[in-house]
Write a protein that binds this ligand. Sequence first.
Ligand code: GTP
Ligand code: MG
Ligand code: ZN
Length: 290
Amino acid sequence: MRGRIIKGIGGFYDVLLDSGETVTCKARGRFRNEGVTPMVGDLAEVSIPETGYAALDEILPRTNALLRPPVANIDLLVVVLSASVPKPDWLLADKLLIQAHTLGIEPLIVLNKIDTAKPEIADQFRADYAAYRTLLASSRSGEGLEALKSALTGRISCFAGQSAVGKSSLLNALFPELSLETGALAKKTDRGRHTTRQAELWPYLGGAVLDTPGFSLFELSELTQDALNDCWPEFGGAYENCRFAGCRHLAEPDCAVKALLDEGKLTQTRYARYVEIQSEIEEKKKHRYD
Ligand SMILES: Nc1nc2c(ncn2[C@@H]2O[C@H](COP(=O)(O)OP(=O)(O)OP(=O)(O)O)[C@@H](O)[C@H]2O)c(=O)[nH]1
Ligand SMILES: [Mg+2]
Ligand SMILES: [Zn+2]
């Protein structure tokens, strides 16, 4: 029988079968010998004996795999930002978009807490992410929830974003049966610790949703300059027209990316974050062998 692993604890895996039934399985011993660790999100072949535990027999090839949380086969990355408190961490959002692009996961960017938004934040959101699929939402007022629900239908979706932006609240608003724990913001820093600590896949709407405390697939320092350029859809490949091959789009003459700024096709803020991430990557590369 075939199914999807939705939870794994101590060598036991809950597998949602195509029939809609969930069985707890033990992984075959040979997985360890072969260096295969079953992951939440994996599609698996399962056998169910008359007595005793069901067994995970086979893990089917993955389309992608995240490191933190360890989840496989994600179709959609829902990047959540808050429109008020905490202040949007645009840099984190851009880094998540880089991760999604690099792994071929479709992104959806959600500006939550739109019920308390400052207009300039919503304006910046719209301008910065004009090249992406975006949604204004509020788990409080219900705005954007229908659109969010239809985006999730039939997909394996992963929610990510800084603490207290309302990832769990959005999921609770869509699926009240989940009753995920939600938290208030730690007062001092506007940052807070993540209330959500465990990665678990919740089957819904012919797909599944994953509420995560964080999200990380690979080290940004492994990205080449070209790969980074491709992570900014606004560039539209314009960087190939820069006068210098390997142009870093800083102060080089005849830079096609800086021309996009003048034409209003690239916002100053997105450009500034490109520069910041580029320099972060270069810094890390320098110290790679320290
Ligand atoms: N005004 C307003 N507050 C919201 C909204 N959504 C969530 N909140 C509040 O924001 C706080 C944090 O929400 P959570 O859902 O716990 O945030 P989270 O993103 O899951 O946070 P972590 O699990 O820590 O990563 C809670 O106090 C929620 O009530 C919203 O749309 N509008
Ligand atoms: Mg949460
Ligand atoms: Zn350039």
